[in-house]
Design a protein around this ligand. Structure first.
Ligand code: TYD
Ligand code: MG
Length: 454
């Protein structure tokens, strides 16, 4: 009997090798390469049976051809999707285990089913009775939603092919589904790829929305959703801190909307509740007038969000001072510290520095530099930032404060929440907001606001 062909596949990026090796050359991951049955190759013999079709772009331009989006009754979810579900699209929902992926999808499906949509929820992890228990906890026990406890791709596709195609299908999760013509275990790259390919193919053919759940694990044993990201139309990441009840659904790829858009939720006893005004939430338990705290006027997607940034600078005798960051990039903190050192003479290199973004939000905007610097300086100087003041602006390596986008939206949001002054870079829209605007050109100007020269 011929020996079965095998290949070695990196479980985190999908690169294929002929021999095992400890490190993946492509993604640099260690111990991520596993032996798998080689993918069934074989180009179709002869010419393909059916001629490919094409249509004229202008014929598709008619307004009546515009695809209507389906709203799932959760405005924050619809917002993260860029305005609802697009028929025939494939959406990947990734996130750490236990963050709430199954919960949010079950809630969305329940709402859609109640609104008369034909929805099927396939769970490969839970029995239908368990899903039902969760649904009744979420107040959805009367929703006309179809449930299936299935692991086999073949069974799922057969179910979907019976009767008219459903409007929305959830696959929870792709790592538990297997195609029986592939020899590898469920969750390996080749299984995930083949199953996703088939499911996405079905969605495109039949106009069904395919919501696929993907786990992210740290150890690379299970194929992360990375390989899937290229295949789907939209990638949503559900993130949040286990210690906080806030959850953020972030669009990192979207063929039908803006990326960076976020939906904010709060995990409660009855599932995920939507948070329509996140700024109020992130600022709700702010300690007033403590040194080391500054409010950053940020923009997440298309929405301005105010968050509190807390810093603590403490003297240390350790040879390597500690730098601990939660919710922001540690490299970026190192840069701001270096600039404060080099351009404003603030000797922070011998101090422990702790930085925390309150509420569990992760900020990636460089516009937060100025608020971070203000929190640090305020902690060093032991002088609080004024209670009614917000900050935003990017710090360059030369110590200049650069202007950032969406100044007006930031100021408007701050004003709405009762802030009356802003420390910000110079910009075109200056003086129009009705707020007291203090412009800073260089980091030394910011330092001078807190520390009087001696
Ligand atoms: P789950 O949706 O199962 O996470 P995932 O599918 O991403 O693995 O969420 C599980 C967590 O959510 C679990 O820790 C319990 C919590 N939870 C609530 O706090 N309230 C609820 O109403 C539900 C359904 C879950
Ligand atoms: Mg789950």
């Amino acid at each position: 009997m011929a020996k079965a062909k095998t290949s070695f596949v990196c479980q985190s990026c999908g690169s294929v090798y002929t021999r095992w090796q400890g490190k993946c050359d492509d993604c640099g991951g260690w111990n991520t390469i596993e032996q798998e049955a080689a993918a069934v190759s074989g180009a179709p013999k002869g010419l393909s049976a059916k001629k490919g079709s094409n249509v004229r772009l202008v014929d598709l331009n008619a307004p009546e051809k515009e695809v209507p989006r389906t709203l799932c009754g959760m405005p924050e979810f619809d917002r993260a999707l860029g305005g609802g579900l697009v028929p025939g699209s494939a959406i990947l929902v990734g996130g750490d285990p236990g963050i709430g992926k199954s919960t949010i999808l079950l809630q969305a499906m329940g709402n859609l089913a109640k609104a008369g949509k034909h929805c099927i929820y396939f769970s490969g992890e839970e029995a239908t009775a368990q899903v039902q228990m969760r649904a009744s906890r979420l107040g959805l026990s009367d929703a006309p939603l179809k449930l299936g406890a299935e692991n086999s791709l073949r069974n799922i596709l057969t179910t979907l092919d019976e009767g008219p195609p459903p409007d929305v299908v959830v696959i929870d999760s792709i790592q538990t589904i297997f195609a029986d013509h592939i020899d590898s275990a469920p969750g390996t790259v080749s299984q995930v790829r083949v199953c996703a390919h088939e499911l996405i193919g079905y969605a495109k053919r039949r106009g069904t929305v395919m919501l696929i759940v993907g786990h992210v694990t740290k150890d690379g044993q299970i194929a992360g959703p990375r390989v899937l990201e290229h295949m789907v139309d939209t990638v949503l990441y559900f993130e949040g801190d286990r210690g906080h009840q806030f959850r953020i659904l972030r669009a990192v790829k979207n063929r039908f909307g803006d990326t960076g858009e976020i939906g904010v939720f709060e995990m409660t006893g009855e599932g995920l509740a939507e948070v329509a005004n996140p700024s109020e939430l992130f600022l709700s338990d702010r300690d007033t007038l403590e040194p080391g705290s500054a409010v950053f006027a940020g923009v997440e997607g298309s929405r301005p969000v105010l968050v509190e940034i807390q810093a603590l600078v403490a003297q240390t005798t350790a040879a390597n001072p500690r730098r601990a960051v939660v919710g922001w990039d540690s490299g970026r903190l190192a840069m701001v510290l270096a600039v404060l050192d080099a351009r404003a003479g603030l000797g922070l290199s011998g101090c422990d520095v702790y930085l925390n973004v309150a509420g569990g939000l992760k900020i990636s905007e460089p516009a937060a530099d100025l608020a971070v610097a203000a929190a640090l300086i305020s902690s060093v100087a032991q002088r609080p930032v004024a209670n009614e003041c917000i900050l935003f602006g990017e710090i360059s390596l030369s110590g200049d404060i650069r202007s950032v986008s969406q100044t007006e939206a930031r100021l408007k949001e701050a004003q709405k929440l009762g802030f009356s002054s802003a420390i910000m870079p110079k910009g075109k829209t200056q003086g129009k907001s009705g707020m007291r605007e203090t412009t800073v050109d260089r980091v030394s100007d910011l330092v001078a606001l807190f520390i009087e020269p001696d």
